[in-house]
Design a protein around this ligand. Structure first.
Ligand SMILES: Cc1cc2nc3c(=O)[nH]c(=O)nc-3n(C[C@H](O)[C@H](O)[C@H](O)COP(=O)(O)O)c2cc1C
Length: 386
């Protein structure tokens, strides 16, 4: 993998004007193996579909004649001000979508002032990505997503590499002690092609294989011996100077426990519908997570965010920022760095339009954008219409 900027300046086809257009175009161009991996969810994909449907079903309240001049999309997150509330979610093996992989995503995120969360399972070295992002003065936050490895020594070294490279926070993913039941991937016979691998995990000693006696479960008596627990969160906090956020929080009690441990933030996420199918759409649980955190720590959200209106709704429900997953992959597959940048540009532009049409000058006013239960749309009664 060359440590150079993406060279081929690719163009986004002019008929692509939305994230859904990116998805349709990408489906025609990605091979079936990559498509199954990127697009699929767990089992019957109920949660995958519910994620975007839940945002769609939240109505926005248009407001008129409010002063809008000087408005902006800036947010405060972990003590800094950023241009807008969008981060690229951690997505593994991006070189399956485009030869430049995570490098292209990093250039695009930095150029568009979006945050970047690099996956533990990235297919480009974490140091290369950090160099690219940190060189851009207009960049957004740079975070490293961590899957705890069974070997604590290796995990500690990985954390030290991320710190040394300049990552500003660790995002510990806690919702995937095992993969979900990925039927679509299995039907497609998904496999990683030669040359694409989790390069940052090179040298990680293989997990000891448990010898199972009859009646023992490969999951409970094997893999899950090393599954992280709350004690590991505390351990991680003890070995790093970086703020630690937990990704994959869907239950208010877990959010309270995270807050009690002093984590720096939580990400309300169901892994894009890839782990536990029929778990709730993030838009529906976000308000309870926000309430549980009681303003003590920021709550971010991902899953099914496909429009600027979705971003505004997430902030209206109390999120500080959002992450987008698959749409960035579609942009990447369609046009490399230019494609990811286009996806981010569309979301930023749509967010501004949504703010203007709901009378919001800043995102601090976002809460007014939703038709809250206390303030229903006042439709006239039949009696009044007569
Ligand atoms: C192909 C793919 C790979 C992913 N890899 C990771 C990963 O390595 N680490 C992680 O924490 N989440 C991973 N996720 C979950 C995303 O970070 C994010 O939670 C999800 O994609 C958001 O939903 P969306 O795709 O609907 O925007 C992955 C998601 C997809 C689709």
């Amino acid at each position: 993998m060359p440590n150079t900027p993406p060279t081929a300046l690719q163009r986004v086809p002019p008929h692509i004007v939305s994230l859904a257009d990116h998805e349709r175009h990408a489906q025609q161009h990605l091979n079936a193996n990559a498509w199954a991996y990127f697009a699929g969810g767990a089992a019957d994909e109920i949660t995958l579909q519910a994620n975007s449907q839940a945002w769609n079903q939240l109505p926005l309240a248009p407001r008129v004649l409010r002063p809008l001049a000087g408005g902006h999309t800036r947010i405060e997150l972990l003590g800094r001000t950023w241009a807008h509330p969008v981060l690229l979610a951690p997505i593994a093996f991006q070189r399956l979508a485009h030869p430049d992989g995570e490098l292209a995503s990093a250039y695009a995120a930095a150029a568009l002032g979006a945050g970047l969360v690099l996956s533990t399972q990235a297919s480009v070295a974490l140091e290369t990505i950090a160099q690219v992002v940190l060189a851009d003065p207009g960049r957004g936050p740079l975070w490293f997503q961590l899957y705890l490895q069974h070997d604590r020594g290796f995990t500690r070294e990985l954390v030290q590499r991320a710190e040394a490279a300049g990552y500003e926070a660790l995002v510990l993913t806690v919702d995937a002690p095992t993969s979900g039941v990925r039927d679509r991937e299995r039907r497609a016979g998904f496999h990683l092609p030669p040359g694409i691998r989790a390069v940052n995990l090179a040298g990680c000693p293989p997990a000891p294989t448990a010898t199972l006696s009859s009646g023992e479960s490969a999951l409970f008596d094997g893999l899950l011996h090393h599954a992280p627990t709350w004690d590991d969160v505390a351990w991680l906090q003890s070995i790093t100077r970086l703020p630690v956020l937990l990704k994959g929080i869907l239950h208010p009690q877990d959010a309270r426990q995270a807050a009690a441990l002093g984590v720096a933030g939580v990400i309300c996420s169901n892994h894009g519908g890839r782990t536990l199918d029929t778990s709730p759409a993030t838009a529906t649980v976000l308000p309870r997570i926000v309430q549980a955190c009681a303003g003590q720590l920021p709550v971010l959200v991902d899953g099914g965010i496909r429009r600027g209106t979705d971003v505004l709704k997430a902030l209206a429900l109390g999120a500080t920022a959002v992450l987008v997953g698959r749409p960035a992959l579609w942009g990447l597959a369609n046009a490399g760095a230019a494609g990811v940048a286009h996806v981010l540009r569309l979301l930023r532009d749509e967010l501004e339009v949504a703010m203007a049409l709901t009378g919001c000058r800043t995102l601090a006013e976002a809460a007014q954008c939703l038709d809250g239960p206390g303030e229903p749309l006042a439709l006239p009664t039949l009696q009044q219409l007569r």
